[in-house]
Design a binder for this molecule. Structure first.
Ligand code: SF4
Length: 508
């Protein structure tokens, strides 16, 4: 068969809404395109196995940057991480490697980059693994265009343009290389400036946004970002209601076959997280009708046993917190609807659908945005045995540097226990975030001694384009330009890790 589009992905492909390539494939097929997928090519020749596509190759490392996938936060090979379906055949810097393989065999093919690795390397970025600044990935990959974010609207627009021999500039939600900077594009500090000055690097960080047209000069050319297209509830309803088979062959995702995505985006803007630069900093919720319809269809699948594995999104209780009146910080805005009414209504209706025995919420919630009514519903009807939350730290200064200072953890724990003393909470914490000396690590370890189920704590990984990574690279808080202590050495990170993980080991 001759394909119009061939995706090359660093992850196992599965026909499920949790697989980004599967959504794009279903969408393109709906519009009449023939789509092939090459999953996890192991050697250069694998790239040839479906031939040359009529329109383009779509290249992605998948939902995880290949360097994060392949290395631990201490830069050791991740072979032994039981939480990852580790496969050595995903090459380091997979997006660049795959693109080069394609160029060698199909030199005149158009290459479209997408996924997390491309999205978060779209401008000059600090690369923790090389410990240096790297140019935008379009410059290193020889690809034609980069799609950032989820990419459904972008990929349709690109396919249509290539089919009709139109140029690939001006596609919302994409980046291209250009000789000129359009007059209405804000200019980021250029490559030389951010290499020479940490303050300029901070200025660049402060300008990152999906909502603006941005340009950055690299030598004598520009990386241009066209601002993100607007996605609506209706769009998400369409994408998540495609007739996926939902079969998941991936070990670490098994048990999530019957997960239902309720929304995209995050309003919290945590400094260590890149979600606002992938999915955006406003919530887009699917309609209740669409989600309930999806669950009803799941009940008709032969192998469904009655349990919805997860009903959620980036933070389950942000469902329904859609507000797009301004671009200020929703977390401190009195207009934000904190009642959780929409998610309560959804959960109540979902568990009443014929054929559904349980609807679990395993996505994790923002405990500082959980109303009492919601918490009661969640604990009594939607928590299997343990609810996972991520306080990240206990020290006020570190939480401020994480932009996660809202919320009263102890009050939340007391309320949780009041609603159902038989259910447990488990906590996720982050070790060695910028700002953390041995004193803060000790404070965290002491706090963890008093909590049950502190089962997860991980070293901070400086992933590309986050605010915390900017702190790691510059030793400055980009918002204030004040100095921040950063634990840089292998030994110090290891000592902080031992201190905190020692608590977990003693408890288990
Ligand atoms: S009005 Fe408040 S809740 Fe709405 S978008 Fe603006 S900051 Fe966010």
């Amino acid at each position: 068969m001759e394909y119009d589009i061939i995706f090359v992905t660093g992850e196992i492909f599965f026909d499920h809404p949790l697989c980004g390539v599967a959504i794009l494939k279903r969408l393109l097929e709906k519009y009449g395109y023939k789509v092939g997928v090459i999953e996890m090519p192991k050697k250069e020749d694998d790239i040839k196995k479906l031939g040359k596509p009529k329109l383009f190759f779509g290249v992605t490392s998948g939902g995880i940057d290949s360097m994060v996938r392949n290395y631990t936060p201490l830069k050791k090979l991740r072979q032994d991480d039981e939480h990852l379906d580790y496969n050595e055949s995903v090459p380091d810097r997979a997006v660049i490697v795959y693109s080069n393989w394609i160029k060698r065999h199909f030199h005149d093919s158009i290459i479209v980059l997408g996924g997390t690795e491309a999205t978060l390397r779209r401008f000059v970025h600090y690369d923790y693994w090389d410990n240096k600044l790297r140019r935008p990935i379009l410059f290193d990959s020889r690809a034609n265009i980069l799609v950032y974010g989820s990419g459904e609207k972008q990929i349709l627009s690109i396919a249509e343009r290539i089919k009709t021999n139109k140029e690939l500039d001006n596609v919302p939600g994409t980046c291209v290389i250009s000789k000129e900077k359009p007059s209405d594009f804000a200019e980021l500090p250029n490559y030389q400036e951010v290499q020479a000055s940490k303050e300029k690097f901070c200025d660049m960080q402060n300008m990152f946004s999906n909502d603006n047209n941005l340009a950055q000069k690299i030598d004598n050319r520009y990386a241009l970002q066209y601002k993100s297209p607007i996605y609506t509830s209706k769009d998400l309803d369409e994408y998540y209601e495609f007739p996926f088979t939902r079969k998941i062959p991936v070990k670490h995702l098994r048990g999530f076959e019957f997960s239902v995505v309720t929304h995209r985006g995050c309003i919290a803007d945590c400094n260590f997280c890149s979600l606002t630069l992938t999915q955006g900093r406003r919530i887009i919720s699917r309609s209740e009708e669409s989600i309930l319809r999806e669950i009803w269809r799941i009940t008709k699948l032969k192998y469904f046993k009655g349990n919805i594995d997860d009903l959620g999104g980036p933070s389950a209780n942000m469902y329904g917190m859609d507000c797009n009146k301004c671009n200020k910080d929703c977390m401190i805005c009195k207009n934000l609807d904190r009642s959780n009414k929409r998610i309560i209504s959804l959960l109540t209706k979902a568990r009443k659908i014929k054929g559904v025995k349980n609807v679990y919420v395993r996505s994790g919630i923002r405990y500082d945005l959980a109303s009492k009514e919601y918490l009661k519903e969640l604990v009594n009807c939607h928590t299997y045995d343990t609810l996972r939350i991520a306080p990240e730290h206990v020290n006020k200064n570190i939480l401020k540097l994480m932009n996660k200072e809202q919320g009263d953890l102890h009050r939340f724990i007391a309320e949780f226990k009041k609603f159902n003393p038989n259910k447990e909470l488990s906590f996720y914490f982050m070790i060695a975030h910028p700002g953390s000396t041995m004193k803060e690590a000790t404070e965290l370890a002491n706090a963890m001694r008093s909590l049950k189920n502190t089962e997860a704590a991980q070293l901070f990984t400086p992933t590309p384009m986050t605010v915390s990574t900017c702190m790691y690279h510059t030793s400055l808080d980009p918002k204030t330009k004040k100095q921040v202590y950063v634990p840089y050495t292998y030994n110090e990170k290891k000592m902080q890790k031992r201190l905190v993980l020692g608590v977990i080991k003693k408890k288990s």
